[in-house]
Design a protein around this ligand. Structure first.
Ligand code: MV4
Length: 447
């Protein structure tokens, strides 16, 4: 087992990783930028190294500085958390060259899922259901129009280097094809320096349902059931829950097996998430695979009572997984508490938290790095806390969430708490009657 893990991240996830390391008897090293000197991850790690100024490019994304911190602290593994370098194959490669364990999949595995066309080809070969569309890159407008006529409109153009919505354009009819093609290419080039585009049938009003998976160094994989992440705004998830209100035991079995096949096809090593779109007829299609721990991993941890960070570390240390699949016996829901003003287009609201009281009690979990007196820096992600409730039924989980949201006191900044309070009272949401377009049509301000 590792003796000392350097956490190449900040905020709540850095703290989350430190907690598990402590429970496993592993020493921890925090790295931080000058903007994060007062952050709890710095205080709770065994050692902390300041690696640079606030800009991510000069701190949390700066590989030479991180490797220098590894060297001076003698860490034997790096946990990348989520965001920053978590899905950077080059970084995983450098860790390997340095003889330090990157806690996550191999550089090749990261690469194979980072390029969306490659990922889709891999999934098709593994017989995982994929959305009908181009095989490989779409090279020109003429071919595109021909194929779109075959598949039928609407279609969607996606950047092969994309993910999370960037470089994506819906085409509703042939007359729009050329301009949307230009838009997608331009955005892809600007965002990823790669204007490779592919095309798919556009699935209308889908649910976003993802399967948590784990694979070990011996080629064995398992799944830990689903999370429903359909409640999102501009590709930013706001609420996640498990089990999905749309799930059936039969669908879970099919999606779970597809996700396990996906992992075993690439001998996936680590924990990961296979994202699917699910249409109203419960057809499901592979969308992307995330080769990292995700923000919403906590929801799965609560419903199957399992430490996913511990599993990541064990897999990286070469310990085999049990091999069994996990089915939730409880319900859990997570509300992302962001320093944003929901009444003002979710504009970031950094600044000093003058008072902070976290909800508590049975079935309530709060993962956060903030406290009264803490100043949220403007340089990073605006998520300041994850509020998770757990109960025996979805109804009880929502009632507990309402109670917990009412108990949350965060003063000095604007937060998404009032948004969640209104959402919990929405009739369609309470019935589990929603899809990925829900927040486009729900007028929260007048709710
Ligand atoms: C789609 C789709 C409909 N049809 N692909 C959004 C981000 C990226 N992961 C892929 N996305 C989508 N791909 C086809 N063929 C709809 C979306 C989509 C979406 C997916 C999941 C959650 C929220 C979403 C919001 C808008 C569009």
């Amino acid at each position: 087992m590792f003796k000392k893990i350097l956490i190449a991240n900040r905020g709540e996830i850095a703290l989350r990783i430190i907690r598990t390391c402590k429970e496993m008897g592993i020493k921890t090293v925090a790295i931080y930028s000058t903007a994060d000197a007062e952050s709890l991850h710095v205080r709770f790690a065994d050692e902390a190294v300041c690696i640079g100024p606030p800009a991510s490019s000069e701190s949390y994304l700066n590989i030479p500085r991180i490797m220098a911190a590894v060297e001076i602290t003698n860490a034997d593994a790096i946990h990348p958390g989520y965001g920053f370098l978590a899905e950077n194959a080059g970084f995983a490669e450098i860790c390997k060259d340095y003889g330090i364990k990157f806690i996550g999949p191999t550089p090749d595995q990261i690469r194979s899922m980072g390029d969306k066309i490659t990922a889709k080809e891999t999934m098709l070969r593994a017989k995982v259901p994929c959305i009908p569309g181009t095989e490989g890159l779409l090279t020109d407008v003429k071919t595109g129009k021909g194929l779109a006529a075959e598949i039928g409109y609407p279609v969607i153009l996606k950047a092969t280097a994309g993910g999370g919505g960037k470089g994506m354009r819906i085409v509703w009819k042939e007359s729009e094809f050329e301009s949307q093609w230009d838009n997608a290419r331009r955005e892809a080039k600007a965002s990823f320096s790669n204007d490779g585009i592919y095309m798919e049938k556009y699935i209308e009003e889908p649910r976003h349902i993802e399967i948590q998976v784990a694979g070990d160094q011996f080629g064995k994989a398992c799944h830990m059931s689903e999370r429903d992440c359909s409640i999102q705004r501009r590709h930013q998830k706001l609420v996640e829950e498990s089990p999905s209100p749309f799930m059936t035991p039969e669908l879970r079995e099919k999606m779970g097996m597809a996700a396990v096949k996906a992992c075993e096809a690439i001998s996936y090593e680590g924990v990961g998430t296979v994202e699917f779109l699910v249409d109203k007829h419960r057809n499901f299609y592979f969308m992307e695979m995330n080769t990292r721990i995700q923000v919403e991993h906590t929801v799965t941890e609560e419903v199957i009572d399992f430490d996913l960070i511990k599993e990541q570390i064990k897999i990286a240390a070469g310990i085999p997984i049990s091999g069994k699949n996990y089915i939730p016996e409880l319900f859990a829901m997570e509300c992302r508490i962001n320093a944003e003003d929901p009444y003002n287009d979710f504009r970031p609201s950094p600044g000093r938290i003058t008072s902070f009281h976290s909800p508590k009690g049975h079935g309530v979990r709060v993962d956060t790095h903030v406290y009264a007196g803490y100043t949220i820096p403007p340089y990073y992600d605006s998520m300041i806390a994850k509020l998770i409730t757990r109960a025996r039924t979805r109804e009880e989980t929502i009632l507990k969430m309402e109670r917990a949201l009412d108990e949350f006191v965060i003063e000095g900044i604007k937060t998404t708490v009032p948004f969640h309070q209104k959402l919990m009272r929405n009739e369609d949401f309470r019935k589990g009657n929603f899809h990925t377009g829900f927040l486009n049509t729900w007028d929260f301000k007048n709710a």
